[in-house]
Write a protein that binds this ligand. Sequence first.
Ligand code: HEC
Length: 176
Amino acid sequence: MNRWLAIVALAGLLAACDQNMDEQPRYSEYSRAPLFRGSVLRPPPANTVARDDLELEKAASTKPALSAELLARGRERFGIFCSPCHGAGGDGTGIVVQRGMPRPTSYHDDRLRTAEDQYFFDVITNGHGAMYSYAARVPPRDRWAIVAYIRALQLSRHASLDDMPADERARLESRP
Ligand code: HEC
């Protein structure tokens, strides 16, 4: 008799092991809270700022000064995050586009050549049409670096003699 009792108790225990952890009693975030007014997910107190928000916002609103280091960083980040679709030269013919992604407008298009730096920054931050946002992968300073590099790419196809430093130009023009 005792043995049967033990077996029944054991069976009961094993059955309990099978209970799915997902099915524990719990609240869903947006349901009405039983204890206080509003939803279970509490809104943060007024004027709360998340830990890194101020830093990120500052980096987003201050365009770093142009330097060789910034351009090098932009070139590297562009190669990683943008060239797969936009191509190394910015024509919009990267490998992903060759495999079926819609072709983006070339950076050398007049509309994008005359667009503000801020426009490029915003496209990286928010995405644009079929292009998704890179805000989570490219921090603000790197976005500015990429924008600087895109400007260099654009200049590389539209530079005139007048853009050259005087000494370089003199050197070029003195060549036979
Ligand atoms: C996965 C592919 C892909 C990647 C990676 C990508 N883009 Fe794009 N991008 C697109 C596509 C597609 C469009 C065109 C979207 C549309 O018009 O619907 C576009 C459009 C743009 C435009 C033009 C918006 C306009 O007004 O026509 C800019 C500027 C741009 N991308 C910048 C970037 C930068 C900078 C990066 C890297 C941080 C990047 N993109 C990474 C696919 C990509």
